[in-house]
Design a protein. Structure first.
Length: 492
């Protein structure tokens, strides 16, 4: 194929998003609401059909609140069911996978919410369309090149036709086998966590109540799990396949194999399985891309980090990547922020992904050790404690703060503000400047909401600039700090 000299005819966009999984769709929504001209392409002809990433963590629910999809997510999903384990000695045990947590101050969504991934993606896709965006299905990234000014991508369609698109920036949200990552020459460092592959499927079946997450434990780590999926009459099956196998070669994912494994490892007969809706297999791996950015191209979601499903972190971490990158691209493209703002994406997100990998790998091995009932993981897996205190975008100029003070880099919790909720004020694509116990400085910057408050409990007197993704960027008592900070994140 010769694509030289096509420059003048190239179609253009500001951001080319490769992949319409949860990561690409979240980014698409965030860019669309910022008025950024983005093209989201997806190799498949339709959205992903399986339930695999089904735990929506508390921090992700806050992101979905900001993006305007939380009501749909809450209406379609349900709470995590209690686990009913059948042990090898025929005893039964009922336990909570995550310790129940009541609503608490600053945390409107204290526990994970269960929703099949296909439904989450449907909701994000509908929101993207509502915001004026679109996914171009059946279009794959074939190759890319870049120079100082743009990225040039060659796209292919199933009928063999190709075209080139020139974009200011490109984001590879194209999953664990990322074409973008390969094209950028970025390597992944990691390891396989299990010699066995697992069979996963969504099924309709009879003979099981939908009030529990059913597990049959035969030997340490050898658990067949059937989890009811809220809003549907489906169950999600997950089971390691190891009998006489070395873990090499493909797992049989046929409907017959699904029926056979359920009949062999549970008390249900094969005929109890009425329909097999989707099947797949996977071998748990933990791997991290050595870079999240090369020039004008970025990696996000599974393209940048692959986790064990233990702890339900993968989809959530991808959503958070997109949420971190979206506003930065928006401010560079719309508000005159220096392109160096985009350096903070890797600086902030790669250490987070490394920690998440460590956590999900640890949980993976603890499950294999058959002690899941003692894993009290809500605080770690909620992603509420993630922050960016060491980021170049976190500017804290106050001293002598109490140990538990809210500091630059921390997630800003919800709080009451003169009869309103802080989250209501933050909702939307803007940054927010709170002048607490002092007058707000004269500042005119599009995309910046300025408000004065006497003194809400959460904040000491001072100036607090809250980034569009809800983290405290600048915390200071000195108004002279503000212009320099606005120059960092764009003020045009
Ligand atoms: C069994 C299982 C259970 C899981 N449970 C959870 C859970 O409870 N919670 C959780 O957070 N995560 C969970 N995960 C992980 C979660 O599913 C993934 O982390 C998530 O799908 C990643 O989203 P993504 O958008 O980054 O990538 P993907 O979902 O892989 O999406 C990438 C998209 O890019 C498209 N694409 C690929 N190449 C190209 C190309 N060249 N051009 C155009 N498009 C392309 C693909 O078709 C795909 O639609 C689980 C995973 C498994 C396997």
């Amino acid at each position: 194929m010769d694509f030289s000299d096509a420059r003048n005819e190239d179609e253009t966009c500001e951001v080319l998003v490769v992949g319409a999984g949860a990561t690409g769709l979240t980014l698409g929504c965030d860019l669309a609401r910022r008025g950024v001209r983005a093209l989201v392409i997806e190799r498949s002809d339709a959205l992903f059909p399986g339930s695999r990433g089904r735990g929506v963590q508390p921090r992700t629910q806050e992101v979905f609140d900001d993006l305007g999809v939380i009501d749909a997510v809450r209406a379609a999903g349900g709470p995590l069911p209690r686990v009913l384990s059948r042990l090898p000695d025929a005893t039964r045990k009922v336990w909570d996978l995550v310790a129940p947590a009541p609503a608490r101050a600053g945390v409107p969504y204290p526990v994970g919410w269960m929703l099949p991934q296909w439904r989450t993606q449907e909701i994000l896709h509908a929101r993207l369309r509502e915001l004026g965006g679109e996914v171009e299905f059946g279009t794959a990234l074939f190759s890319l090149t870049q120079d100082q000014c743009s990225v040039r991508a060659v796209l292919t369609r199933a009928d063999g036709s190709t075209r080139t698109v020139r974009a200011d920036y490109l984001v590879g949200a194209d999953g664990g086998r990322s074409t973008v990552r390969a094209a950028l020459g970025v390597t992944m460092t990691g390891k396989t966590l299990d010699r066995r592959s697992s069979l996963v499927a969504d099924v309709r079946l009879t003979g099981l109540d939908r009030g529990n997450w059913h597990m049959w434990t035969r030997a340490p780590g050898d658990t067949l799990s059937l989890c009811p999926l809220p809003g549907t009459d489906h169950f999600a099956l997950s089971v390691p396949i190891d009998e006489g196998r070395t873990g090499e070669g493909p797992v049989d994912t046929s409907p017959q194999a699904v029926r056979a494994v359920i009949a062999a490892r549970t008390s249900l007969p094969a005929e109890a399985v009425l329909e097999v809706l989707w099947t797949s297999d996977y071998r748990p791996r933990a791997a991290l891309a050595d870079r999240f950015r090369v020039g004008r191209a970025f990696l996000a979601g599974d393209a940048a980090h692959i986790h064990s499903p233990a702890g339900g972190q993968g989809l959530n971490t991808g959503v958070q990547d997109a949420y971190n990158l979206g506003w930065k691209l928006g401010r560079v493209l719309r508000h005159g922020a220096p392109p160096t703002l985009l350096d903070s994406y890797q600086a902030e997100r790669r250490p987070v992904a490394a920690d998440v990998l460590e956590l999900s790998s640890r949980l993976h091995h603890s499950y294999r050790g058959r002690r899941p009932a003692v894993v009290r993981r809500a605080a770690q897996t909620s992603q509420l404690e993630i922050g960016y205190p060491d980021s170049p975008l976190s500017v804290e100029t106050r001293h002598d703060l109490p140990e538990d003070a809210l500091r630059a880099g921390h997630r800003v919790p919800d709080t009451a503000l003169a009869g309103r909720r802080l989250f209501d004020l933050l909702r939307g694509p803007h940054a927010t400047l709170l002048a607490v116990g002092r007058p707000a400085p004269e500042v005119r910057a599009p995309g910046l909401l300025v408000r004065e408050f006497a003194q809400p409990a959460l904040f000491e007197p001072g100036l607090f600039l809250i980034r569009p993704d809800g983290y405290l960027g600048l915390a200071t008592r000195d108004p002279a700090q503000l212009p320099a900070y606005l120059a960092l994140i764009g003020r045009d």
